[in-house]
Design a protein around this ligand. Structure first.
Ligand code: FAD
Length: 383
């Protein structure tokens, strides 16, 4: 096994690290307090190519591989998980899904804008009453001549207030396919679509999260992404890759926790020496380091499987499960190294812990990942 990124991938990682040090890290705490990332950052992310990493060049992307995507995602997560989430959703869940399932017209209409940062995408699957059991969604799309008319409510939608296009999942009345769910590309300014920001999140505070209410939203049949009734497959295929992206972001959180803990332990003195010299502090630091490496290796394995065209969905669930729990552990251990100073927002580790916590919840909770893995191992669905 060759676990070393290539020269090109290493250069890309350096580019991402420099970008994050310059454009993200200095502002992350202020964005967190203000509950909003500076929107102009999206254009900058597009200009540097991070919003089109794995999209083909003919649609404005860079045609990169998934390990390159993981390296950049890790750096973004190391700097600010809110920024990482904006990219993971607009590129990972929306642009990539249009690239995989869209027809030529849909790709030409949406991809150049999404990859350049002119446009932002969001992924509308979860509803107030249907989270883990997303297949039971109740948003309805009724065929009316050459159009569909959509009614329903979506909850917790990342990029929701910013988005120009919603990849929306609705139960279309007479769809023949799996669970009758269809996927639609809905322009966010379509009459009848209202967005309400969700405030007061524990973490990811800089990232827009919204409730979307759809009342008589009319879209032409050409807004249908993939054949009618294939929507649940579209959603699950997007999430299988999305979980790798969440895992890579979690590696970034854990890496940031490690760097912060090592730095502080070398400076802070108690009992007449730097706390780095106390064995139990070294235990905290070494536990973080093992979590970083294990999470990173699981995540890179998924990228490698995707790039080699091999099945990866279960491995992606394993990586997301482990990396999200590892990020929470790592940030908690780092906070412990900081003592009382870790508990105030002058230092970065409290934010790392708050941001990490949601990673065990979205794109499938830890329990749901275990059910995916358990089903693959036993052949029995326990959902
Ligand atoms: P529930 O499904 O009600 O789960 C509650 C608890 O029950 C959890 O512990 C869960 O693990 C457990 N549980 C449920 N079913 C089972 C079972 N069968 N066996 C064992 N335990 C079970 N959604 C989107 O569509 N797009 C987005 O962009 C998006 N962004 C998000 C951003 C944030 C900040 C947050 C918080 C959420 C976001 N979500 C998004 C929604 C997210 O995916 C859901 O919150 C998640 O799937 C869980 O659903 P729920 O919150 O309804 O919890």
């Amino acid at each position: 096994m060759n676990l070393e990124p290539s020269e090109e991938q290493t250069a890309l990682r350096r580019l991402a690290r420099d970008f994050v040090e310059r454009e993200v890290t200095p502002h992350a705490a202020a964005w967190d307090r203000a509950e909003e990332v500076d929107r102009s950052l999206v254009k900058k992310l597009g200009e540097v190519g991070f919003l089109g990493l794995t999209v083909d060049e003919e649609y404005g992307g860079c045609g990169g591989d998934h390990l390159a995507y993981c390296l950049v995602t890790e750096e973004l997560g190391r700097g600010d998980s809110s920024v990482r989430g904006i990219v993971s959703v607009s590129l990972g869940l929306v642009a990539k899904t249009i690239a995989a399932w869209g027809d030529e017209e849909q790709k030409r209409r949406w991809l150049p804008g999404l990859t350049s940062g002119e446009l932002v995408g969001c992924f509308g699957l979860t509803e107030p009453g249907n989270g883990s059991d997303a297949g039971r969604l109740t948003t309805r799309a009724v065929r009316d001549g050459g159009d569909y008319v959509i009614d329903g409510t979506k909850m917790f939608i990342t990029n929701g207030t910013w988005a120009d296009v919603v990849l929306l999942f609705a139960r279309s009345t007479d769809a023949p396919g799996h669970r009758g769910v269809s996927a639609f590309l809905v322009p966010a300014d379509t009459p009848g679509l209202t967005r309400r920001p969700v405030h007061g999140k524990l973490g990811l505070r800089g990232q827009s999260t919204a409730e979307l209410v759809l009342e008589g939203v009319r879209v032409p049949a050409s807004a249908l992404l993939a054949p009618e009734g294939k929507g649940f497959s579209v959603a699950m295929s997007a999430l299988a890759k999305g979980r790798m992206s969440v895992a890579a972001g979690c590696v970034g959180i854990a890496q940031a926790a490690l760097e912060a803990a090592v730095g502080y332990a070398g400076e802070r003195e108690q009992f007449g020496k730097p706390i780095a010299g106390h064995q139990l502090v070294q235990e905290l630091i070494s536990d973080i380091a093992v979590d970083v490496d294990a999470a990173r290796l699981l995540t890179w394995r998924v990228a490698d499987l995707i790039d080699r065209g091999r099945p990866f969905a279960v491995e992606s669930s394993k990586a997301k499960l482990f990396a999200s729990e590892a990020a929470v552990r790592a940030a908690g251990n780092a906070l412990q190294v900081f003592g009382g100073y870790g508990y105030i927002d002058e230092y970065p580790v409290g934010k790392l812990l708050r941001d990490a916590r949601v990673m065990t919840l979205y794109e499938g909770t830890s329990q749901i990942q275990k059910l995916v893995i358990g089903r693959a191992l036993t052949g029995v669905s326990a959902f």
